[in-house]
Structure formats: C-alpha cells, structure tokens
Write a protein that binds this ligand. Structure first.
Ligand SMILES: Nc1nc2c(ncn2[C@@H]2O[C@H](COP(=O)(O)OP(=O)(O)OP(=O)(O)O)[C@@H](O)[C@H]2O)c(=O)[nH]1
Ligand SMILES: [Mg+2]
Length: 234
C-alpha cells in the first residue's frame, strides 16, 4: 500500500508523461493542501441555447479567448488528453459551447466532479455581424444562466498586446462578477528569459495581477492553472 502511494507521487511529477493518461496528477507540491488528481474526463455535449446545456449540477470552469489562441489545446493539456477538445489550424472551429465532465480525486482521496466548458472563440475577422451578435448572446446567456459557473480562464497569446476584444470579455466577466484568471499561452514561442518581463507588461495592460504563462507544447503552467481551479471548486 505504502509502495503504491510512493509510486503515485512519483507519477505525479510528470502528468504529461507517456502512458500516464489514467492518473494524470495535475497538482503536485507535497506542501500543498489541495491536490487534484484527474481520474477521467469525457465529452458530455455541445450546446448553444441554455435549454440545451447538460443537466449537470457540478461546478464549472469555462475557457474563453480569441479564436485560435489555444483554448482547446489548453484543455487537452490540463486533462492530459490528446484531443478531447478538438484542435485545429482553422480559426473559429469551436462555434458551440462544449461541455466536458471530469472526475478527480483530492489528496484526501475524496472523489469529486467538475465540468470544463470550452467556449467559442471570438475576434475572428471572417465572422459576419450576425454571427458576432449570436456569439455575444450565447456567452451572455451562459454567464447569466449557468449558476454553477465558478470561474473563467481567459486565454491570450503571450506574444500579443492586450486586445480590445479581450478587454470587452474582461468587462463582461467583471459585470457578471465571475472570477477569472488570464492564461498567456504559447509561451514556448518567446525566449524563456523574456517571459517574466512580458507577463509584467501584460499585467499592466490588462490591469490584472492574475496572469500565468503557459505552453501546451512544453506542458508548462499546468500546476498554477490547476491550483487556481482547485481554489474555486474545493
Ligand atoms: N507553439 C504552440 N502552439 C500552440 C499552443 N497552443 C495551441 N497551439 C496551436 O495553435 C493552434 C490553435 O489551437 P487550438 O487549441 O485549436 O485553439 P482554439 O483557441 O481552441 O481555436 P478555436 O476553437 O478555433 O477558436 C493549433 O495549431 C495549435 O497546435 C502552444 O502552447 N504552443
Ligand atoms: Mg477550440
């Protein structure tokens, strides 16, 4: 038994390691109170209108950001799955609200559930005005009607300046009093030595101290994001 325990904590160091899909331990510091170990994750359904949302009462964390910024990749990375959320080189691919159910265990070995929600991206130039308006309505309805929504992860590209469209999203979140975390992804695309200064700059531009660098390619930033989620749902 003790041996298994030890094995688990060793596995926990590299959640992205090959063949560790089943027990992807996402939060690993031994001194940390709340560890979340993802046991399994599954796609539930896609929806546009509130009447089509899944009838689930689990806490939810949603993922939002501009088209092609890396939302689906980030969800796959957190869940240690290759393609539970569809990744594509075609911007604007995710046009529906996609719900995923995640079963996790805490370090106290208690089971729990949380839903991850992949929201459709915004800011794609080729989208018509009508489509933009229906997107806005979709998101506003979701923020208003989905009472179990505990927080939103706003994904931005670390290489880009704060975009007015992201600022609009931040305003919507603040208005709805939804806690949010800004995750600056694709950090592998800039020099490691520049990450801290770029984050500092984004902190000023977004007027938020809650910004974490992340890379789905290099699997960095997972722990910080999971810690933030754990704080909200445990
Ligand atoms: N280098 C690098 N590429 C990434 C990273 N995350 C995503 N990408 C790439 O960026 C592109 C878009 O990724 P997606 O995860 O589909 O982005 P999305 O925000 O879900 O896109 P839509 O659903 O179309 O709005 C894909 O080609 C990914 O491989 C990252 O951390 N590093
Ligand atoms: Mg997507």
């Amino acid at each position: 038994m003790a041996k298994n325990k030890e094995k688990d904590s060793v596995l926990s160091v590299s959640p992205w390691q090959k063949n560790k899909e089943k027990f992807s331990v996402l939060s690993v510091s031994p001194w940390q109170k709340n560890m979340i170990r993802i046991i399994e994750s599954k796609f539930i359904k896609s929806a546009v209108k509130p009447k089509d949302y899944p009838a689930s009462s689990f806490c939810e964390i949603a993922f939002s950001g501009k088209s092609n910024v890396g939302k689906s990749s980030l969800i796959n990375t957190l869940l240690n799955r290759k393609a539970i959320a569809k990744v594509s080189g075609t911007p604007g691919k995710t046009r529906l609200i996609n719900f995923f159910e995640i079963r996790f265990k805490t370090d106290e070995k208690e089971s729990g559930f949380v839903n991850f929600v992949d929201l459709p991206g915004y800011g794609y130039a080729k989208v018509s005005k009508t489509e933009r308006e229906s997107w806005k309505k979709m998101i506003e309805d979701f923020f208003k009607k989905r009472l179990q929504l505990k927080g939103v992860i706003l994904i931005v590209d670390i290489r880009h300046k704060a975009d007015p469209k992201d600022m609009i999203m931040i305003q919507m979140l603040k208005k709805s009093e939804i806690p949010f975390l800004i995750v600056a992804t694709k950090s592998d695309k800039i020099a490691k030595s520049k990450i801290a200064s770029v984050i500092k700059k984004l902190t000023v531009e977004f007027n938020s101290k809650n910004i974490i660098p992340f890379s789905s390619l290099k699997k960095t930033g997972i722990l910080e994001v999971i810690n933030w989620i754990a704080e909200l749902i445990l």
